[in-house]
Write a protein that binds this ligand. Structure first.
Ligand code: CP3
Length: 367
């Protein structure tokens, strides 16, 4: 299966646009987009993965009791949740309030997200017959609220909005395991045992993510991030054979749209070069790899994003500040740096620490 037809008219699908040229409402020297291009912004931009969510009391008070997937379907609520961390922290980018399983849920695969656990799948993917349950996504029909939320947000925001989708390995792991996993045993059994079915599955998942990303960009997202959070569980050889083709498929679908493409995963130190090869402009790095080393491992990337250990944010402020300065100092001068945590904000994080962190990053002279 492939993406239906050519990309839509408008700036999309024509000549490739320069990175960061789409979001007309933003300053041309917007710090986040400037860093993503590999250039030098007036200050180091910072945002936090999972900046919305349970670390914020204002999130807990408006989120409601139902499934997060229901909250995401309400444009006004999803807009407010997206804006909360931007207002509170003064971060340089917003990330759409959504989840990586949204497109899979939107085509009726039967997935929900359990608080404290993550995605759970009613009938996990097990055989070729299950491919039929993965029809192509039609974003305007299957998830019209997403474009609505993005459209409202870009009117309200003065910083870029990051759209996102799941990476192929991570999505496949949830669908096959039926939920979170420690060793990805079933996933890897299928990957090694039935490579033809595996690649058919990954191709469909890649197309779901690609279409969701294109829809977010068309609606106004100024950058995209692919979360292949668990791809670091693979050896480089296996990543290259079993995941890279599908990752390429996603990144090439959003190539030339004028938006920087960020590629993130945890424990990816040995596959950073392949994650660039997939077509990313910016590589998200977890805390295990110092940024200087990450630069050497990711030739061709314009910028690095990361990489303070989220658990360090639970320590007293002086310790957090020291760790944050180490991250800033380790950013190589020759490329862009978007400050972030090495993974998502942990639920027990004191929001005041993140506010101070934003101030600290903004005050340090950029490299
Ligand atoms: O600020 C933001 O980043 C919010 C948007 C966002 C959510 N999920 C909302 C959410 C983003 C970018 C995601 C991505 C996501 N979802 C990933 C990739 C990032 C990563 O952490 O590696 C993954 C693997 C998922 C799947 C998922 N959804 C998990 C593992 C969980 C955590 C379970 C938990 O409660 O600890 C979720 C739930 C989820 N997604 C929450 C939020 C705010 C919290 C639960 C809730 O409010 O119901």
């Amino acid at each position: 299966m492939s993406l239906a037809g050519p990309l839509p008219e408008g700036p999309f699908g024509r000549a490739p646009l320069p990175l960061g040229s789409v979001a007309g409402f933003l300053e041309p020297n917007d710090p986040f987009l400037t860093a993503c291009r590999g250039e030098h912004p007036s200050h180091t931009p910072v945002w936090f993965m999972r900046q919305a969510g349970r670390a914020l009391p204002e999130y807990r008070s408006i989120r409601g009791e139902g499934s997060i997937l229901d909250a995401i379907r309400h444009p006004e609520l999803a807009t407010e949740i997206t804006l909360q961390p931007v207002r509170r922290y003064g971060v340089d980018a917003a990330i759409l309030f959504s989840d990586i399983v949204v497109p899979v849920a939107a085509i009726g695969f039967g997935v929900d997200v359990n608080p404290g656990l993550g995605p759970v799948v009613e009938r996990p993917f097990a055989s070729a017959a299950d491919l039929q349950r993965l029809r192509p996504l039609e974003p305007e029909v299957d998830m019209p609220w997403a474009a609505k939320t993005v459209a409202i947000l870009v009117k309200e925001l003065t910083v870029p909005l990051i759209g996102f989708a799941g990476g192929p390995f991570t999505l496949a792991s949830y669908l096959i395991e039926g939920g979170p996993s420690r060793d990805y045993a079933k996933t890897k059994r299928l990957m090694h045992g039935d490579p033809a079915l595996w690649s058919a599955l990954l191709e469909r998942l890649a197309d779901l993510s690609a279409r969701a990303l294109v829809a977010q960009v068309q609606a106004g997202a100024a950058a995209v991030q692919v979360f292949d959070s668990w791809a670091g569980s693979l050896s480089p050889h296996d990543y290259e054979r079993f995941v890279l083709p599908a990752a390429r498929r996603i990144f090439s679908a959003v190539e030339g749209l004028g938006v920087p493409r960020i590629h993130f995963g945890v424990g990816t130190g040995e596959i950073l070069d392949l994650m660039v090869e997939a077509g990313a402009d910016v590589i998200g790095v977890d805390w295990r790899v110092p940024l200087g080393r990450a630069a050497a491992k990711a030739p061709g990337a314009r910028a690095l994003q990361g990489n303070l250990d989220p658990a360090a944010c639970l320590a007293p402020w002086d310790a957090v500040a020291a760790e944050a300065r180490l991250v800033l100092e380790s950013a190589p001068a020759g490329m862009g740096h978007v400050f972030n945590l090495g993974h998502g904000v942990l639920p027990g994080t004191d929001p005041a620490v993140l506010s101070r962190l934003v101030e600290l990053v903004h005050e340090e002279p950029p490299r």
